[in-house]
Design a protein around this ligand. Structure first.
Ligand SMILES: Nc1ncnc2c1ncn2[C@@H]1O[C@H](COP(=O)(O)OP(=O)(O)OP(=O)(O)O)[C@@H](O)[C@H]1O
Length: 336
């Protein structure tokens, strides 16, 4: 469990983090998002004890990192693996030697180092590149070596600071699958710092938005995407352009979690109408479907009936305000 409580960090008179409260339960993935300069990396550095809070606390497995020093602090830090953007591998060392570095630094015996390095490279699917130098690896492969190195001391917490930034979609997917596997197989607690919303949708259980050093919105991803008028929900599931179909009234729908795969056709059947999909983004997040849609329904349907029908199916429905149905005749005339 990572528990961040009232965390404030100032450099001189500049306050970079201002009263952050955030908890990541064991075996969960939390993502911190926010614009450049919001304080994400500073937060990461406070969590891996590279920085000391000006006030407040960061507790990892019940240990307040700021209260530790010397050997105790070093031991607590071993519990926290970190993966940075572009992995910062040592150029003159092979992939295997880079992964071995923290183990050798700890004085682990050579046969054990070799065994553990082999295991780690296998976990990140890089055993076949063990003797390659960083310059001979792709960006995604270097990140996987960085993750293996971050896991070398068997941390229970992993910090990923923009680890997928700049990677192509396929490498990003591979890294995200790896992080999910670490959570599910090893129960590692993961804090992901990112500016990529598809990363959040892809793996996070919990999301917090940082802005000017403060958390402005947070919650389980499946809750956040259901919120109306939430800037974070909009950012997480940006709506594609809405089609204009004459004669229909627009409704905004939000779903997360407990919905049957056939919910849309069931809604149409229960309402006794055809439902036109005008815009949609539906994805899987944390093994549950999340999505936002705009659908078109005949204007004669009563609001209350539409809302309760969708609610029974686990979907939040709201009429689009300020968007009147385009009359069918008018649209035919303008097309003529
Ligand atoms: N050591 C420092 N001394 C003074 N100011 C600092 C220091 N480290 C960070 N800052 C300032 O704190 C603010 C937050 O920086 P930080 O790197 O945490 O942001 P970020 O959200 O990670 O940004 P980015 O997404 O661009 O990496 C910035 O305005 C930065 O200039």
């Amino acid at each position: 469990m990572i528990e961040i409580s009232g965390l404030t960090k100032s450099y001189g008179s500049t306050t970079v983090l201002d009263g952050i409260d955030l908890q990541v339960p064991d075996g969960r993935i939390a993502a911190v998002v926010g614009p450049s300069g919001a304080g994400k990396s500073t937060l990461a550095r406070c969590v891996n004890a590279l920085e000391r809070p000006t006030s407040g606390s960061v507790t990892v497995h019940g240990q307040d990192l700021a209260a530790l020093s010397g050997k105790d602090l070093r031991r607590a830090r071993q519990q926290i693996g970190t993966v940075f953007q572009s992995a910062s591998l040592l150029r003159r060392l092979t992939a295997a030697q880079n992964v071995a570095l923290p183990l050798r630094h700890q004085g682990v015996a050579e046969p054990e180092v070799r065994r553990r390095v082999g295991e780690l490279l296998e976990r990140v699917d890089m055993l076949h590149r063990a003797n390659h130098y960083p310059s001979q690896l792709s960006g995604g492969q270097r990140q996987r070596i960085g993750i293996a190195r971050g896991l070398a001391l068997q941390p229970s917490v992993l910090l990923s600071d923009e680890a997928t930034s700049g990677l192509d979609p396929e490498s990003t997917r591979a890294i995200l699958a790896l992080l999910t596997e670490l959570r599910d197989d090893l129960g590692v607690t993961i804090l992901v710092i990112t500016h990529e919303m598809d990363v959040v949708r892809g793996i996070a259980d919990h999301v917090a938005q940082l802005d000017h050093g403060r958390i402005v919105e947070q919650g389980p991803v499946s809750d956040v995407v259901r919120r109306s008028d939430s800037p974070l929900a909009q950012a997480l599931l940006p709506m594609p352009p809405v089609l204009c179909v004459p004669g229909l009234r627009q409704w905004r729908l939000r779903l997360a979690g407990d919905v049957a795969p056939t919910w849309l056709s069931r809604a149409g059947a229960e309402l006794g109408v055809d439902v036109a999909v005008l815009a949609a983004l539906v994805e899987e997040s944390g093994a549950v479907p999340v999505g936002r849609l705009v659908v078109g329904l005949p204007p004669r349907l009563e609001d209350e009936v539409v809302v309760t029908t969708f609610r029974r199916l686990g979907v939040v429905a709201e009429p689009e305000v300020g968007v009147e149905p385009v009359p069918e005749r008018a649209s035919r005339e303008s097309a003529a």
